[in-house]
Design a protein around this ligand. Structure first.
Ligand code: ZN
Length: 366
């Protein structure tokens, strides 16, 4: 994820932290200062934040290790102030597997809460509890606060809304009855309704809820569109959408040639060849950047993108879908028996999706 820094590696999984986590830390230090807490208390607070960091890592490792049981690897874990994100290489397809992988994270928090429970002398009544908590974090209240955070994290993550774990648990449960894209749609709508509630509540209670609400609405939309797209693409292969006609330019040609082609044709993406061999790609942004930095007479090979990505013509679209999206605005090359048979970019994919979507709606209408 953009704006993330690497902390280390656990069980072969890279652990990253997103810059926005620093806002949370700054906020906590700020609150400590404002209440006039002693340096010792600030140190305890920082220690506490670190323990929350560790908790979030453990929560995500819960997901990652559960996924490993179903042979799904985890690319990395990123800590966000909202809870953390384990990027699995693929998502469990079967409802039962998704249920186990999604619930494993919150279960880690439940386990941590139960474990810390043994070290806490629970106050007798709510007044005593709020008195204890009002003193901030110190040696005496550390475990109590840790306990509460874990209960909170378990409950918070179980909110039945994407991208929270609860959203996936809900989808998995619906998945026992409905097809995946239908289950996703229902779960996404339920989540968005809840999010709307958060936003309204946020104006009265805590502005942080507005932030969560917006996050959930966007997350749910993305999830619904993603599964819908995958559903539409099911059964189609790369060869069904590849472009057989594509513009290619020799790598030794000056940038001028590409500019002329860009202006004279519909193409925004070009294949760059050397002796008829593909050596790079060039898109509109790279042409504009090259023009402003190197001038129109610079050879194309100096500014082209040399990182070629190949797809097999027989690959399922469903499985290359994410790869194509990740390389937005770059041309991908399609091979058949090691021969270049065409190219593909995000625009082809989007056009194909739009056409199929309209067609499938027509079927429902009639
Ligand atoms: Zn989780």
């Amino acid at each position: 994820m953009k704006g993330s820094f690497k902390l280390g590696k656990i069980a072969g999984i890279g652990i990253f932290i997103h810059w926005s986590f620093s806002i949370l830390i700054a906020y906590i230090i700020f609150i400590n200062y404002r209440t006039g807490n002693s340096p010792a208390q600030i140190v305890w607070s920082v220690l506490f934040i670190l323990s929350v960091f560790a908790t979030v890592v453990l929560h995500e490792l819960g997901h990652a290790l559960a996924a490993k049981k179903f042979n799904i690897k985890t690319k990395d874990i990123t800590l966000l102030p909202i809870g953390g994100l384990a990027r699995l290489e693929s998502l469990p397809e079967k409802p039962k597997e998704e249920l186990i992988v999604s619930i494993a994270g919150p279960l880690v928090n439940v386990a941590l809460a139960i474990l810390t429970g043994f070290f806490i002398e629970f106050p007798d009544n709510p007044e005593q509890l709020s008195l204890l908590l009002s003193k901030g974090i110190n040696a005496h209240t550390f475990f109590l606060n840790f306990y509460i955070v874990n209960i909170f994290l378990a409950l918070f993550n179980m909110i039945p809304a994407f991208p929270m774990d609860g959203g996936r648990v809900l989808r998995a449960l619906l998945g026992f009855k409905y097809e995946k894209h239908v289950a996703t749609k229902i779960a996404a709508r339920i989540g968005q309704l809840l999010a709307l509630g958060f936003i309204i509540l946020g104006f009265f209670v805590n502005p942080f809820l507005i932030f969560i609400g917006v996050f959930v609405i966007m997350g749910a939309q993305m999830e619904a569109e993603f599964t819908q797209s995958k559903f539409i693409l099911k059964g189609y292969k790369v060869r069904d959408i590849l472009m057989k006609q594509y513009q290619s330019i020799d790598a030794n040609e000056p940038l001028k040639t590409a500019i002329t082609l860009l202006l004279d044709s519909q193409s925004k993406n070009f294949l760059i060849t050397d002796n008829k061999e593909a050596v790079g790609t060039l898109n509109r942004d790279q042409i504009i950047m090259g023009l402003s930095e190197n001038g129109e007479n610079t050879p194309i090979q100096n500014i082209m993108n040399r990182n070629l990505i190949f797809l097999d013509a027989d690959s399922q679209l469903e499985s290359v879908f994410e790869l194509v999206y990740k390389n937005k605005s770059n041309l991908l090359l399609v091979l058949e028996n090691n021969e270049l048979v065409g190219t593909l970019d995000t625009e082809n994919l989007i056009e194909f999706l739009l056409i199929k979507e309209v067609k499938s709606k027509k079927v429902y209408d009639t």
